[in-house]
Design a protein around this ligand. Structure first.
Ligand code: ADP
Ligand code: MG
Length: 343
């Protein structure tokens, strides 16, 4: 549905997006996650044809966004970071205007009525946009994106500035739309992405540093099946006792948490389930385990670790990826650079 190859965008000399690659299949709901300035809006603006690319290729349903912009754009509904609302228009009037602008071929009134009903703004059809709450204005923004029934929806930070109740409403709306649309959603807030997206693309400094399921990312960053045990004990005695449990590779104390208790990070040999053995050892020393958890990271922690890494290579390493070039194009580029250097 969406194919992006070696996408690069420079604003003057500033490299905002660098060699980005991804494909999105029909029906997927994808989250672009990245801190402010990462390049999310730039990528979205290029996908929707609002911004030209410096190099690379973008295809929407097989149509090249540069060569065949009309066909490509027809398939996309776009809700920009700042929705293009004309606040002195009434809701229906504005949607009629967008309908004409997009040169949609459907019966006008029926199409707009249907969208207003779906988005639940039919009761404010005759209100001026400037008199609507922020949440309602955002819904009008969704409505304009849906005009023409595009298959793909691109939503740039759709819940920014909304209150918690409005956020939940918009989130539910996105989930509903996700049943029969392909959706790309951006956010710098994790819970947002986690709530609606099956796949997450983490972007930092203009590059994709991860593209995976949220669970897989957290697995990759966590030590395999490492445990965190909170034990009421003497720290150094317990450290020694845990180290000799069968199947344990390493033990580290994470310090005192509550009075008289310590947290230990216990790493097993490959794929060994050490929970029972750890429990028995602690009990045999006459001590109590207060909690025993797997050391899995939340998506929040994953995101922080990845974006805090100074370089692309560092963040890839955290995920256990090889820092070596992966694609043939990258390898080819390296060879060319070497050849140039040798000349
Ligand atoms: P995000 O949406 O992830 O916050 P953007 O795509 O808006 O990030 O910005 C990516 C980078 O490009 C930032 O460093 C930003 O300052 C820069 N940038 C964005 N738009 C422009 C522009 N029109 N001119 C120059 N630089 C820009
Ligand atoms: Mg942005």
């Amino acid at each position: 549905m969406v194919e992006v190859k070696n996408l690069t965008k420079k604003y003057g000399t500033h490299l905002a997006v660098s060699d980005v690659n991804f494909n999105i299949q029909k029906g997927e709901i994808i989250g672009f996650l990245g801190p402010n300035g990462a390049g999310k809006s730039t990528i979205m603006n290029i996908l929707t044809g609002y911004l030209s690319l410096t190099s690379g290729e973008v295809k929407i349903d097989g149509f090249d966004i540069m060569e065949n912009p009309e066909e490509a754009k027809k398939r996309i509904g776009y809700l920009p970071e700042i929705p293009p609302l004309y606040i002195d228009m009434k809701v229906r009037e504005y949607l009629n205007f967008i309908f004409d602008l997009k040169k949609v071929k459907f019966p006008k009134k029926a199409h707009i009525d249907e969208i207003m009903k779906l988005i639940k703004i039919d009761h404010v059809a005759n209100r001026l946009i400037k008199n609507l709450s922020k949440g309602y204005r955002q819904r009008v923004g969704f409505a304009q994106a849906l005009i023409g029934n595009p298959d793909i929806l691109i939503l740039d930070e759709p819940t920014v500035g909304l209150d918690p109740k409005q956020i939940i409403e918009i989130r539910n709306l996105i989930s509903r739309l996700g049943k029969n649309h392909t959706i790309i959603l951006s956010s710098h807030i994790l819970s947002e992405i986690q709530a609606v997206c099956k796949r997450v693309i983490i972007i930092n400094k203009g590059r994709i540093i991860a593209d995976d399921l949220p669970e897989t990312l957290s697995d990759k960053l966590s030590n395999d099946h490492a445990l965190v045990a909170r034990i009421e004990c003497n720290e150094s005695d317990m450290l020694e006792a845990l180290k000799t449990v069968q199947g344990v590779k390493s033990v580290m104390s994470m310090g005192c948490k509550e009075g008289g208790t310590f947290d230990f990070l216990i790493e097993p040999e490959d794929n060994t389930d050490i929970r029972k053995a750890v429990f028995e050892r602690v009990v045999s020393r006459g001590k109590s385990i207060l909690s025993l958890n797997s050391n899995k990271l939340s998506l929040e922690q994953v995101f922080l670790r990845l974006t805090e890494a100074e370089t692309y290579e560092e963040s890839r390493k955290l995920l256990g990826y090889d820092a070596e070039p992966e694609t043939e194009i990258e390898i080819q580029a390296e060879i060319e650079v070497e050849e140039e250097e040798n000349e």
